[in-house]
Design a protein around this ligand. Structure first.
Ligand code: CTP
Ligand code: MG
Length: 381
């Protein structure tokens, strides 16, 4: 039995009221859509994840997804039901799990329950009981509705792909809000399984704040340090903090010898306990000869984000008699912030001399040391 997770992400997020649709916004360092994709892709029973996006959302979606494998993006339609239908026509598998991108967290046991229930039913949906009083209202409060007979229906919703596709083709009513409605209308029996509060959909700004607090509370703060030295050799200019700095002497190194970026890269790798720069980019490897060190730093930042982590601050001290760092400080901060994808306020660059003592004091080279503070998911003990 092959299973495809179909994630619909073609909405505009109008009720969230932000400049970009909610599914492409970063929720604690990672796009909502990426959270949803990761939650489903990591389930062993799910063979493929496909994503439906809105017309003109390709760039946002690509940025949100990074290197995640979701095959070709499918273009959705004006309503959620149109988007689901476009997705169903574009995929091929035995079973489909239709899921909202706006539900970033999907516990694995919900998927287990859905797939288990599909054995004896035409479809399966996760549901939660209604805790509040339920009533009709039309300006004035109307009749109460018996809440013991009502449930709240979430996604993912599981069906045999061929049956759901047929049911959607036959549907002629108003745009339905979920697939179970369509499946039932075509005569399929839909089983209910226990849903999960983590599956709550992000609809309003208040939902966003709640999800952010919940996620952030699972992160722990960690700090790493980095240190690097390069000797002066040949003529300048030299690279520091990703910025070209005029100087009479250049720096020797296999890459562009950017001590600032190297020390910050090592600090980040240290904070995430992911080894050091030499392990990720061996100095003997010809592909890194003359390489721009921004590649190393961007890679380290991506590794932290791939862990579900956030980079809070980096702080670097450059140790040399010359060149003067001060005039270039703001350009270096801006460039480092850009490479890391964090605000400039999270990047500090400082400089000191060693009072003419030691190799830096004699003008033989430049040293840099850095610390980085990140927040990453609590490592399992
Ligand atoms: N969706 C979709 N295609 C549409 C409308 C919605 O794929 N034409 C997706 C959304 O991206 C979301 C899910 O359906 O993942 C649930 O929809 P909803 O929460 O209503 O999201 P939006 O429609 O984006 O938000 P709003 O209704 O506030 O504009
Ligand atoms: Mg909507």
């Amino acid at each position: 039995m092959t299973v495809t997770a179909l994630i619909v992400a073609a909405g505009s997020g109008s009720r969230m009221g932000r400049d970009i649709p909610k599914q492409y916004r970063l929720l604690v360092g990672k796009a909502v859509l990426a959270h949803a994709v990761d939650a489903l892709a990591s389930h062993p029973a799910i063979d493929a994840v496909r994503v439906v996006i809105g017309e003109g959302q390709e760039a946002l979606a690509r940025q949100a997804l990074g290197s995640r494998d979701v095959g070709e993006l499918v273009i959705g339609g004006a309503t959620r039901a149109d988007s689901v239908r476009a997705g169903l026509e574009a995929i091929g598998s035995d079973v489909v799990l239709v899921h909202d991108a706006a539900r970033p967290f999907c516990p694995a046991d919900v998927v287990d329950r859905l797939l288990g229930a599909l054995d004896g039913a035409g479809g399966a949906v996760p549901v939660l009981p209604v805790a509040d009083t339920l009533a009709r209202a039309d300006g004035l409060l109307g009749e109460p509705i018996d809440r013991s007979q009502a449930v709240r229906v979430q996604t993912p919703q599981a069906f045999r792909l061929r049956e759901l596709r047929e049911a959607c083709r036959r549907w002629t009513g108003e745009a339905p809000t979920d697939e179970a409605t369509v499946a039932r209308a075509s005569g399929l029996g839909v089983a209910v399984v226990e849903g999960d509060a983590a599956l709550e959909k992000l609809t309003s700004a208040a939902d966003w704040a709640r999800a952010e607090t919940m996620l952030a509370s699972r992160l722990v703060s960690r700090t790493g340090m980095g240190f690097d030295v390069h000797a002066f050799a040949g003529e300048g200019p030299l690279m520091m903090g990703g910025v070209q700095i005029p100087h009479s002497k250049g720096l020797a190194g296999h890459s562009d010898a950017d001590v600032v970026l190297h020390s910050i890269t090592d600090a980040l790798l240290g904070a995430a306990a992911l080894g050091d720069i030499g392990q990720h980019f061996p100095p003997g490897d010809p592909q890194w000869k003359g390489a721009e060190s921004s590649v190393f730093l961007a890679h380290a930042a991506q590794l932290v984000r791939d862990m579900g982590g956030i980079i809070d601050v980096v702080d670097c001290t450059v140790i040399c008699e010359a060149p003067k760092v001060g005039p270039h400080r703001d350009a270096m901060r801006a460039r480092v912030a850009d490479i890391l994808g964090i605000p400039v306020s999270g990047v500090s660059i400082k400089a000191t001399t060693t009072e003419r003592l030691g190799f830096a004091g004699r003008g033989e080279g430049i040293a840099a040391q850095a610390v980085a503070t990140v927040r990453v998911p609590q490592p399992s003990l």
